[in-house]
Design a protein around this ligand. Structure first.
Ligand SMILES: [Zn+2]
Length: 393
């Protein structure tokens, strides 16, 4: 397409992209409310929706009658509209989910990792992705993959729970023909969970939102105006490898003094005098509610490290809100005074009067999957993405 044609197509679908933005932000919104958000009259809304129905983007269903107002409709994805695929490579299993432009994922495949080796696992996931593609050849437009490890560009740097490292993840879409024009994006699970909180969770009203998650180690992301700061290669947000920990401890990442080693189940075990647990998350769960003094002191120690680090990051990033995911919320709840004292103690004086609230995350274990769906949909629902969709019909 020539440059002028692309520009014209972009302009033509700009209002459609804005309307989809409203539907994504407020699922189940009525036509009347959506028109109001965009500042268009009912005639303009009728015309826009007719065009979007024709393009198989949005559809309407009758809204439940309310009072004596004029009847309106609820906006939702077209039954034959664009789809995205989200893959979630978790610590011990993987799953695939498909979503329409309302962003509600439906899990379509799921399995524990077949073995210790990475290559057969990637082949298995690639085959499952290819199956979803063949079933939805015309509709599938973007794929995003959440990885419980460090990613840089299309490369898996390390996947700690399985000991995997240095693998090219573009093999996941090797069975999808290039001409299909389907984009692949990769993201770290903590980054994507933070994106989900900022878009539709505990940080949804924030302009600048800091998200921290404790699982095996600690990760997180900073979301600014709805986008995560991912760095030059998509590898930013390695909060666990800031030296907020004990400088005498060596981290598997190659650095020492990492925060990872001070805030999770492994740290809790060290403070209690236990062996390092195989599953640090399950270990934290198993000790919640134990009131003996050793356990309470151990929780206070890791909650202190969590609070102090959160305060330092608030000094650095100046967020509106901090959200806690994974077992971070549990760790704070197990030793709230220790957390609070360390958090406030770490803040610069001028912030202490009204520090940003620290809220529990709302997406829970679904955060990475919901974030991957949001990332993939971002590609599809821009004016340019919509023009491409229409061009392929
Ligand atoms: Zn490290």
């Amino acid at each position: 397409m020539a440059h002028e044609q692309r520009q014209a197509a972009h302009a033509r679908w700009l209002s459609a992209a804005q309307l989809i933005g409203v539907v994504r932000a407020e699922p189940g919104i009525t036509r009347a409310a959506a028109a109001q958000r965009l500042g268009i009259g009912s005639g303009g809304a009728t015309e826009l929706l007719a065009r979007m129905r024709q393009a198989r983007l949005l559809d309407e269903s009758p809204a439940p009658a309310r009072g004596r107002g004029r009847p309106t409709t609820v906006l939702g994805p077209h039954a034959d509209g664009p789809l995205v695929l989200a893959a979630d490579l978790r610590a011990t299993d993987w799953r695939l989910a498909v979503a329409g432009i309302d962003g509600l994922p439906q899990v379509v495949a799921q399995s524990a990792y077949a073995g210790e080796e990475l290559a057969p696992v990637l082949a298995e996931v690639a085959e499952a992705i290819s199956t979803v593609y063949r079933r939805n050849t015309r509709r599938l437009r973007a794929i995003a993959v959440s990885v419980a490890g460090t990613v840089s560009d299309a490369k898996l740097v390390q996947f700690t729970s399985r000991g995997w490292r240095d693998a090219d993840l573009s093999v996941l879409v090797a069975k999808i023909p290039d001409r299909a024009g389907i984009s692949l994006q990769l993201g770290n699970d903590a980054t994507l969970a933070g994106l989900a909180e900022a878009r539709s969770g505990a940080a949804r009203a924030a302009t600048t939102a800091l998200y921290l998650i404790v699982a095996q180690g600690i990760g997180g992301t900073l979301v600014v105006n709805g986008d995560t700061l991912t760095g030059a290669h998509g590898a930013a947000g390695e909060y666990g490898h800031i030296p907020f920990g004990d400088p005498n401890l060596f981290c598997p990442c190659g650095a020492r003094g990492c925060w990872d080693l001070a805030v999770d189940g492994r740290a809790l075990a060290r403070h209690r005098g236990d062996e390092p647990p195989d599953d640090p998350v399950a270990y934290v769960h198993s000790l919640i509610g134990k009131r003996d003094s050793t356990t309470r002191r151990a929780f206070a120690a890791i909650a202190t490290s969590l609070g102090r680090g959160a305060g330092a990051l608030v000094n650095l990033h100046d967020p509106d809100v901090v959200t806690l995911g994974g077992v971070a919320a549990m760790i704070r709840a197990a030793a709230p005074d220790a957390f609070d004292e360390a958090y406030r103690g770490g803040l610069m004086a001028f912030r202490k009067g009204s520090p940003p609230p620290v809220c529990d995350a709302q997406h829970g274990e679904e955060g990475p999957l919901h974030g991957a769906v949001a990332l993939a949909l971002d590609r599809v629902t821009t004016a340019t993405g919509l023009a491409e969709w229409v061009g392929r019909q």
